[in-house]
Write a protein of this length. Sequence first.
Length: 374
Amino acid sequence: MKIILFANTDWYLYNFRRSLALGAQAAGHNVLLVSPPGPYGQKLIELGLRWTPAPMDRRSLNPLREAALLRWLFGLVRAEQADIVHGFTIKCVVYGALAARLAGLARVNAVAGMGYVFISDELKARLLRPIVRSLMRLALGGCRARLVLQNEDDVALFINSGLAAPENIRLIPGSGVDCGRFAPSTGARSRNFTVVLASRMLWDKGVREFIEAAKALKGEGRVIRFILAGTPDPGNPATISEQVLDEWHASGLVEWLGHCDDMARLFAEANVVALPSYREGLPKSLIEAAACGCALVTSNVPGCNSVVTDGVDGLIVPVRSSAGLARAIARLQDDPPLALRLGEAARAKAIREYDERIIVARTIAVYEELATSN
C-alpha cells in the first residue's frame, strides 16, 4: 500500500510517528509523510523516509487559504496514487479525510486529544466548535473510514455525539514508546528530589497549577527541584510566552530547560513526573516516564487517567487543583518506598501495554483491514 501520514507539524511526525512510518516501510508499504515545513522534515529524510512540506498554517481561519490547502491535498493524494491517508490531530484529520474522500480513498483518522477548540472556554473556541463538529461528521463518515482513538472516554464521546459509528472506531493507546531506550537508570536518581513536567508549554497542560504547587511547597521550606521541559507552541492559542517562562526561571521557582533532546535521560534522573493536564488523548510524556520507572502524578481527566491508576502505578489529583498536585508531590517526597513501588508498576504497565512494537502492529493492522475491505 501507499500510505500518506499527515500531521500539523514535522516535530509531531518525528517525535510521535516515526516508529510507525519506519515500521510500515519495513513491512513493505510505501510511506509519505506530510506536514508544514520545519527542521524535523530533514531529520525524517535522514532516517530514509519520504517527507514533503504542506502549504498549511495551523492557526489560519482564512477561507481562501483553507480552500487552497484542501485543493493541494487533493492534488497530492491523486498524484501519489495513495491508498490510505492517515491524519493526526483534528485539523489534519478533517482536511486529510476530506481530500481522501473526494479522491475515493480509504482514510484513517487519529484524534489524539480534543485540542484547543474542544478544551478552551474562549469565545473563538466556542464559535468554532459547531463548525468543526460538522466538518468532522463529514470527514469521518462512510465505510472506508476508521477513527483511531486513544482512550475509552473519547470513544464514548465520539459515539454519543454522533461523530463516528462504533463499528468504525479502533482503540489504540497512543503512539507507543521504545521501552529499551526509555528505561530506569542504572544509577541513582537525582540526589535533590526532582519533579518534571514535560510537554509543550501550554496553559491547558496544567503549567499554571505546576507553578502554584512549586510556590506552595517551596514556601513550606521543602527542597525540591521543579523542572519544565518543552517549548512554547506559537501555533496554539493556549501557548505560554517565552517571556513568562524566562521570568519563572529567573526567579528560581522552576528550571525551564526549553527543548530537551534526551528525554530518556531526564526521566531516568527524575523522582516524579507530573502532568496536571486538562485533557489528553494518551500523553506520551507519561508513558515515556512510566517506562523509565518514574512515579507519576496526573489529573483525573480523559487520557491521563487511562495511563495512571491511582495508588497502583501513580497518583491521580483533581483537575485544575494546584493544592491537590502539591499534596501528591509532598506525599511522594515523604514516602520514598511508595514512589519506588509506583514507578516499578508504571514500568511494568508500559512494557505490557504501550511498547511501540505493539502500537505499530495494531495500526498497520487497521491499514490492512481497510485494504482487504475494498
